[in-house]
Design a protein around this ligand. Sequence first.
Ligand code: SF4
Length: 569
Amino acid sequence: MLGPDDRCNALAYICDLALSEYRCPVPVIPYKKVNARMMMKKFMDEEGQGMPPVRTKRYGTGDHYKRIYLIAPRHPENFWSMQGTVDLLGARTLMPNAALATLMSLTPSGVNVEYVLCDENVSTLDWNMPCDLVAVTGATLHRKRIHELCAGFRQKGVKIALGGTYASINHDQCRLLADYHFIGEAEYTWPLFLQQWMERKAKTVYFQQTYIDLKDSPAPDWSLISTADYININVQTSRGCPNCCEFCDVIQYAGRKPRTKSVQQVLHEVETAHKIGARTVFFSDDNFLADKHFARELLASLIDWNTAQSRPLSFSTQITVEIADDNEMLKMCADARFSVLFLGVETVRRKSLEEVKKSHNLKYDIFERINKISRYGIMPFLGLIVGFDNDDESVFDELYDFITRTNSPIAGISLLNAPRHTPLYNRLKEEGRLADDDFSGEWQLHTNIIPKLLSREELLLLYCELFKKIYDPALFHNRLQGWLKQVAYRTDLYVNKKFDPKQLSNGIRMITYFLMSAAPEVRKLFIKSMIETWRINPGLIRRAFTFLAQYHHFHEFVNKNCQPASQRQ
Ligand code: SF4
C-alpha cells in the first residue's frame, strides 16, 4: 500500500501513543545463542579519557573475539520521523533498527564476535570505538549520513560493511563506499560473510539474487537496546507486495510475491517485545494485507495471545484500504487491539490513481472505506500524495473535502517523488521530467520531478496551504469530534485488565505539556477536546490523547515549514 522504503520504514508513529514510554529496569537478553553474553564495557578516547560505558553482546566461545560496531544512521530532519510526538512522549525515536538486531541473531555458531550497537537516533556515535569492523545499514533517507559514516571510518582505517535498502537499490552508487558491500536481503549472506571474514577470505560483494524464505529470518536480538528510547518495538510479519504502484520501490527490493514468517515466529517476536517492556508493537510490513490468508490467521492468534495478557499490547501497521472491504477482518483488527492503521490512500482523484496504477484503491468508494475503519474505533492515518500528472490546483480542495468529510483527524501529505529504478522514475526520465537533484528519500517539501500541470513552486505553495488548513486547531477539533461520534464498535475483550502505571505517567506528561508549555491556541484545543471526548464517549479518551500527540507533531511541522519566514517558530 504505502510505498517506498523510507516512507514505510518511518511510520512507526501509528501506534497507540498514550501507552508508549516504559523504561525496562534491567536489560533483557531475549534469545539464547551459543554462549551469548552481554556486558558493559568502558573504553578510552584518543586522549585517554574514559568514555561512557557501552553495552556489548558476545556470540561464540573462546578468548578472542572480533568486535563489530553496528551503526544505524541518524534520521535527517524529516516529516515522517514524527519527532514532535516522540519528544512529547519522552522517547528518543520511533523504533529501533531491526536490521542490525537481526544481523546479531544471524551469527553462526563457531564464530566469535562481540557486537556494540550505536543507533545514532538515541546515542552518540564514537568515531574512536575500538573495533575490527563497522557495519552500517540504512534507507535512501540516510544517504548523506551513510556516505559520511563510510568516509569517516575509512579515513580512520577501519573496515566497513555496508548493507540495507539504500545500498541495495543504489548499489551502483555504493560500490566504492565500503570494503564489504551487501546487496539484497542479508539472512543468507551475513552468516556466510562472518565465516569467511574470520578465515580472512571475505569477498568484497555479497549479492543475494533471490528472495529469501522468511521462515529463515530469525527474531531480532534486542539485547543492546533500551525499550524506553523507542515509541514502538517493530515486528515484521511479511515482505513484498502484490500491487505495482508506479512510484513504489518496495517491490524493487522486496518483490511482488508476498513472503511471510510463520504465525509462531511472529507470536514469539511479539511476546519478546512484551517481555522487554514494549507497550506498542508496530508491524513494519510493506503491506500487512499482502497475504490475506496469513493476515487472517495471524489476527486470530494475536487475539488469543493479547486477550490472555494482564497487560495487553496495542498494535499498528501499514495496510491497504482493502482492509475495509472485509468486515470480519476489520473486527478482528479491533479485537486484536490494533489502534491505528496507516492507509495508503494517496489521492481521491481517479485519474491520478489510474495514472500510477493504484487500482486496488479504485474498487470501492474510498469515503465509505475510511468511515468504516473509523466505525470500528480504529484510527485511520491517511497517507496522501500530491503532484501526480493529473493534479491541478483543484485537487487540493478535493483532498481537503475528503479529509473533512471522513472526519479524519490526521493525514500526512507527501509530494510525489520518483525513487530510482521505479517505473515512475523510468517514465519521467524518458519524458525528461526528472529534476537535476536525485531523490533524497524525503517526501516532504521537495520533489525530484517536474510536475505536469503546476510549477514546482505552485505545487509546494498549495501543499503548504493544505497542511496549514487541515492542522488549523478549530478544524482539527471539528474532525476529532466527528470521528469520536462515528465510532460504533469497541471491543470488550480487554475490560478488567491490570492498571498500567505507565499509561498514567504518559497521560500526565501530555497534560502537563499541553497545559503548561503549549501555544495558547493548542492549549485551548486540548482542553476543548478533552471536554468533548468526555461528553461524547469517555471510553475513547486514550484515542483522543493519541490524536492530540500526533497533532502536536503536525502543528510543529506547519509552524516550522509552512508559514511565511517572519511567522515561523
Ligand atoms: S506497491 Fe504495495 S507497498 Fe508499494 S505503494 Fe503499492 S500497495 Fe503500497
